[in-house]
Design a binder for this molecule. Structure first.
Ligand SMILES: C[S@@+](CC[C@H](N)C(=O)[O-])C[C@H]1O[C@@H](n2cnc3c(N)ncnc32)[C@H](O)[C@@H]1O
Length: 263
């Protein structure tokens, strides 16, 4: 059974609505990225109940649910959830899907594993957003439960790019038969708010038609992220630099934090 309901939602002004309106398109655009799936499947093997915040199209939720855990995903985007629901239904998979805001949810349930994966933390734009979200995580995490965040290790090279220059950001086949879509990006980094303002340009190769989407990504530096997680009442039990569990170092592309509640 699917459990789709609207929790309290407040719209944000960082472009997320238009970035995540089409789940099918999102899956095609990210089809090449699957290096995190085994890591999360393995984590979920030890958990009876898993909650994923900002679950999107359940790119992770479907393999986790198929592994036998009781999986629930929360996301703010109707378009992402509708596509997730579609995929789960076509597989006959029972998962919970909730339309809600990761900064404000109250489910009256406890979970052994709570995930905030694939850079979704970058949609927590302010310290208040971060604290509200982690406060909700604490409310829902079982005593021995684990909370996992994964986000890129900020690249100063990318943040200081020439804002007028376009860089390649991938390509995929349009799901509505319009041919190849070529994605390029520009970015402007605001050093006060630590928000990287990215514009993605989606160009249809055949017709030359182009649309653009502007969105913000809050940049979390390694020491800052650890401190924020601690300040919100969590203890970091591991920090990896990749999904193969190598330790986090200066050269790591990823920050993967595994935390428990309590000092
Ligand atoms: C990068 S996608 C990640 C999706 C999925 N976790 C994955 O691994 O593919 C970020 C997701 O965050 C969701 N999102 C952004 N702000 C949110 C909020 N305040 N509450 C819940 N979901 C949010 C978006 O709708 C989008 O689906």
């Amino acid at each position: 059974m699917f459990n789709m309901f609207d929790a309290s939602i407040s719209r944000n002004a960082c472009g997320v609505d238009s970035l995540y309106e089409d789940g099918h398109q999102y899956d095609l655009q990210h089809a090449d990225f699957d290096e995190d799936i085994d890591f999360y499947k393995k984590m979920a093997e030890e958990a009876e109940r898993v909650l994923e915040l900002a679950c999107g199209t359940c790119r992770l939720g479907i393999p986790i649910g198929r592994g036998g855990s009781h999986y629930t995903g929360i996301d703010i985007s109707q378009g992402m959830l509708a596509w997730a629901c579609n995929k789960a239904q076509s597989l006959g998979l029972r998962i919970g899907l909730i339309r809600g805001d990761m900064r404000n949810f109250h489910l009256n349930e406890g979970y052994d594993l709570i995930l905030l994966a694939f850079n979704s933390v970058c949609h927590l734009y302010t310290r208040q957003d971060f604290e509200r979200c982690l406060g909700c995580v604490r409310e829902h995490l079982e005593k021995e439960g684990r909370f996992v965040i994964d986000v890129f290790n900020p690249s100063l090279e990318i943040l200081t790019r020439d804002p007028k220059e376009r860089y390649p950001a991938g390509e995929y086949e349009d799901p509505y038969g319009k041919g190849k879509v070529i994605v390029t990006e520009t970015n402007v980094y605001d050093r006060a708010t630590q928000i990287n303002w990215i514009t993605w340009y989606y160009r249809l190769e055949r017709s030359g038609e182009e649309r653009k989407v502007r969105f913000g990504m809050r940049i979390y530096y390694p020491q800052e992220l650890d401190a924020l997680v601690n300040c919100c009442g969590f203890r970091i039990v591991a920090k990896y630099g990749d999904f193969d569990l190598r330790p986090f170092t200066s050269d790591s592309t990823k920050q993967i934090i595994v935390a428990t509640a309590g000092a």
